[in-house]
Design a protein around this ligand. Structure first.
Ligand code: PBG
Ligand code: ZN
Length: 320
C-alpha cells in the first residue's frame, strides 16, 4: 500500500525529506532612520517596529549583526520635504548619513538602499508632480541622482521602488558613468498598488496627499503584466528583482521563478506584518507558527530572499 505517512513518521524523517527551508541567510531587515537625536519612535500600526535617529540605530543593528542577518534595507525620513524631494539626493541627507554610519560601523552588513521620492516629497508621491499628474521622464534624473548619492555613501545594492518606466536604465547609466559599475540593482519590478502598504506609510511618513499610486504601481488584477515588467527591468540592467507584496502575490512569485534565472526577492510588506501581529496580540493565532508558515510559503513559491519586519524574531527562533 502507498503510505505517505511513512515519510511523516518522526521529526528526523520529516526533516530528512523537507523540500524547502527558511534560513537566517534568507532575511533582509528594513530599518527606518529619522532625523534628530535620541529618538526611538514606536510605529503604532507596526508593533515592535521603531523609527530610530542615527545615534540610536545601533540598538537595532547590534541585534542584526549578532544574529548574522546578512542585509538591511534602509528608509530615511527627512525633516524637510518639498515638491522635488531634494533631500532624497542631498549627499548629506538623512539616508546618506545613515548609510555612511552603518557602512563604517558594520562593514559585514549588506546595505540595500531604497530609491524613491515619496518619503521626501511634500505631496508624498514617488515622482515629480505637475497639475496632479506624476511625471515619469522628469523623475528619472532625480532617481538617478539619488541612487548615485546612496552609492557614494556606501550602499552595496540600489533598490528602486518608484515604478517609473525606464528608471533602471537611468540609474544604471548614472552609476556606471561615476565608476559604480559593480553596484548591483535590485529592482522592485513587480510592485502592485496595494492596500498592504498602509502601515509603512505611517512608518515612513510617505502617504500621498492627493490621489493614490495607481497610475504608476501595478493593477492588482494583472499577472502577465508583472512578467513583462520583470523582463523589461532585466533588459534595462536589473541584477535581481523584487515581487511585492508577497502573500497575496505568490502566484506572481512562482511564475517569475519559472521564467527568469536572476535572484528573486519578495517583500513581506508592512500590512502583512501588522495583520499577523494584531491577531497574535489578541491571542488568536500562534505568532511564531504563522510567521514561519508564511515565510516557507514564499520560499516554496520561489523566493530566494525575503524582506521582512519579522527578521529579528525569525533569526532568534531559528537559533533555538
Ligand atoms: C516606497 C516604498 C513603499 C514600500 C517600500 N518602498 C511604499 C509605497 O509604495 O507606498 C512599502 C513597504 C511596506 O509596506 O512594507 N515607494
Ligand atoms: Zn515611493
Amino acid at each position: 500500500m502507498k503510505r505517505f505517512r511513512r515519510l511523516r513518521s518522526s521529526d528526523k524523517m520529516r526533516s530528512f525529506v523537507r523540500e524547502n527551508e527558511v534560513g537566517v541567510k534568507d532575511l533582509i531587515y528594513p530599518l527606518f532612520v529619522i532625523e534628530g537625536n535620541n529618538i526611538k519612535n514606536p510605529v503604532d500600526s507596526m508593533p515592535g517596529i521603531y523609527q530610530y535617529s542615527i545615534d540610536r540605530i545601533d540598538e537595532e543593528l547590534d541585534k542584526v549583526d549578532e544574529l548574522s542577518i546578512p542585509a538591511v534595507l534602509i528608509f530615511g525620513i527627512p525633516d524637510k520635504k518639498d515638491e522635488m524631494g531634494t533631500e532624497a539626493y542631498n549627499p548629506n541627507g538623512i539616508t546618506q548619513r545613515a548609510i555612511r554610519h552603518i557602512k563604517e560601523k558594520y562593514p559585514r552588513l549588506i546595505i540595500i538602499a531604497d530609491v524613491c521620492l515619496c518619503e521626501y516629497t511634500s505631496h508624498g508621491h514617488c515622482g515629480v508632480v505637475c497639475e496632479h499628474k506624476i511625471l515619469n521622464d522628469e523623475t528619472l534624473p532625480l532617481l538617478a541622482k539619488m541612487a548615485l548619492t546612496l552609492a557614494q555613501a556606501g550602499a552595496d545594492i540600489i533598490a528602486p521602488s518608484d515604478m517609473m518606466d525606464g528608471r533602471v536604465n537611468a540609474i544604471r547609466e548614472m552609476l556606471d558613468a561615476n565608476g559604480f559599475i559593480d553596484i548591483p540593482i535590485l529592482s522592485y519590478s513587480a510592485k502592485y498598488a496595494s492596500g498592504y502598504y498602509g502601515p509603512f506609510r505611517d512608518a515612513a511618513g510617505s502617504a500621498p496627499h492627493f490621489g493614490d499610486r495607481r497610475s504608476y504601481q501595478m493593477d492588482t488584477a494583472n499577472a502577465r503584466e508583472a512578467i513583462r515588467e520583470i523582463y523589461d527591468d532585466i533588459d534595462e540592467g536589473a541584477d535581481m528583482i523584487i515581487v511585492k507584496p508577497a502573500l497575496a502575490y505568490l502566484d506572481i512569485l512562482k511564475t517569475a521563478r519559472e521564467k527568469i534565472l536572476q535572484p528573486i526577492v519578495c517583500y513581506n510588506v508592512s500590512g502583512e506584518y501588522s495583520m499577523v501581529k494584531a491577531a497574535a496580540m489578541n491571542g488568536w493565532i500562534d505568532e511564531k507558527r504563522i510567521v514561519m508558515e508564511n515565510l516557507i510559503a514564499m520560499k516554496r513559491a520561489g523566493a530566494d530572499r525575503i524582506i521582512t519586519y519579522h527578521a529579528i524574531d525569525v533569526a532568534k527562533w531559528l537559533r533555538q
